[in-house]
Structure formats: structure tokens, C-alpha cells
Write a new protein. Sequence first.
Length: 372
Amino acid sequence: MKFTIERAALLKSLAHAQGVVERRNTIPILSNTLLEAKDGSLSLTATDMDLAIVERLEADVAEAGVTTAPAHTLYDIVRKLPEGAQVEFDSPGKDAPLELRAGRSKFTLPCLPPEDFPVMTGEDLPHSFTLAAGELRSLVDRTRFAISTEETRYYLNGIYVHATETDGVKVVRAVATDGHRLARVEMPLPDGAEDMPGVIVPRKTVGELRKLIDETSEAINVALSETRIRFAFDEVVLTSKLIDGTFPDYERVIPTGNDKVMEVVCKSFAEAVDRVSTISTEKSRAIKLSLDRGSLVLSATSPESGTATEELEVNYDGAALEIGFNSRYLLDIAQQIEGDSAQFIMADAASPTLVRDVADSSALYVLMPMRV
């Protein structure tokens, strides 16, 4: 195998590959990326057995061939090469060492046999539809902050995506929750998604997909079955297993009887929460909201750090109410609100609160209060 490739293009693809490859591996071949050169292109493949990425890029191929090389080492080498360098690869193939040259630098890397590299089976993915990059980015960004990191509740470790209806309009809906907060976002159902099963896309897949979307403006083809999902665009294909579990009935935690409505300018609210929370303890991050007609007082108290209060003008004419929240969770939600104003719909100090973007009805957030 012998080929030459431009550093910048290679570095970008290796960055994608090393995001998939785990740092610690009990199976040595999973630390490697598969390199296949033929017909004027290089194909890079990386997998952790649950998630796989295949990326194709142009290369000057003098001799076709295939080998595997350590993903993280290869990435670090290429990253440290000078900009604009042409990188030459040379390997007799199989598990013989791979030589890499650029200018006066030369590296020799150990390789493992390409036939040992696991291939994710190309099972049939019967449901297929296309989303604009911006639409998929919006679905991911407005829900992924609420994904649970608690491994025991593995079925919450991802975004639940399914087709449903809202007021008679067919939509695709993305939901994430960690038990303390919930994010629900929807958009019109794309053609081909009508009969799709409800699936839970794992947290790691969501993270890698989000990085890739940033680099494209192309439409993204999504294909899925009950057990797998594939995202394809440009010259990249990301395939992932889905979480094998049942997402809880999230509709039950979305309150319907809340009657106290506060409307607040989102930017000034987020800034005030951020300032006041400087005092709250690192562990609880608790902040108290004291509401009265037209006024909101944010306060935090900590035995070590003292107290902080800040008053904001708000649109509120309900009964006086005191309610506590985790300030980090409030800020996470505030960052997702693209309009000027946020609406908090509350019942009492112990019941879940609804948060909405006044300018955008497609997103809804639920936040559990805490004692302060």
C-alpha cells in the first residue's frame, strides 16, 4: 500500500476517527483505525463495536492496499506535522509496519492484521428520511444537555426520537431526561419517517454526530431499524447501535395544571442566575426564586460564602411564590431559548415547572424544583 495525502484533510478525518476509538481497550484491534487505499481515495474506518465511522477522502494512490494503525498515535503525529505538508504512507500490507513520511520526518508504526478488524454488519435499515443539517443540529442541541449520565438507568443515556402528532400535525419528536429535568423538541415529520420505530440514540453517538454536523451544510440522510441508526452526508457514514431499552412515559411528568405564569427577559435572567449562583455551594448549586407581582428576587445562601440577592422586573401577576432550583439546570435551559423571553409556568414549590421559549412553541422543558 502506498499513497500520498494532504495533511489538513487527513487530520480532520483522523480527529473524527479518534473520537470514536476508546482510549482504553481490552481488544487491541479496537485501538486501531482501518486504512484502505484504492481508486484515488483513502477510506478510514474506526469503531468501538457500538459506534462506527467510515470516511472517504481523496488521496494520490500509487499502490492499493489495506492495513490498520493505532488511531490516537496516528492523529497525534499528523497533528504535529507542519501545515500544508504532504504525508506519504507506505506499507507492504497485512501486519507489516507502516511507514509515514512528511518532509524530513519519518515514523514507523506497528500494525495489526486488517482481517481482525470488526465490521458492523450492514443490516437492512428499512426507514429512511432526510434532514437539513440545521434541523438536526437544533434537535440535538436543545435536548442533549438533559441526557442522563447515570449508568444504572441506561435507557435514559440517550435521546429518544419518535414520530407522533401534536394538535393533528405529524411531527418527529426528540426527548431527553435525567429525572431532574426534561427537554422535548419537535419539528415537522420528514417524508419517509411516518412508520419509524421509537429509538434511543446513545449519548456518545449524539456527541460524535454533533461534531460532524458542525462541519457540513449538506442534507443528512438518516436510516434506521429497531436496533441501528445510520447518518450519512458528504463522505462520512456514522453507524450506531441503539440503546436496547424502553424509554419511560415522559408525558406523565409534563404538568398540565400549572397556573402561575412568569415571563422574563431570558438574557438578563440567565446573567442574574449566573451572578447569584456564585455564592451557592458547589454541591447543591441551589438558588431561590421569590415571586411577587411584577418582581422576581433571586437569592442564594451558603454557610461558607455568604449570601447574594438580585431583583428583576418580570411579567407576573399570580400569588406570591417561593421556589428553589439547581442554578446549573436553569442556565442550561436558558441557553437553549433563542427568543428574547422565557415563560415559567409553575404550580407550587414542590411541583415540576414548565419552561417555554415565548417565540418558539416547538420546544418545551420541565424542571424539578429543589428545597432551599
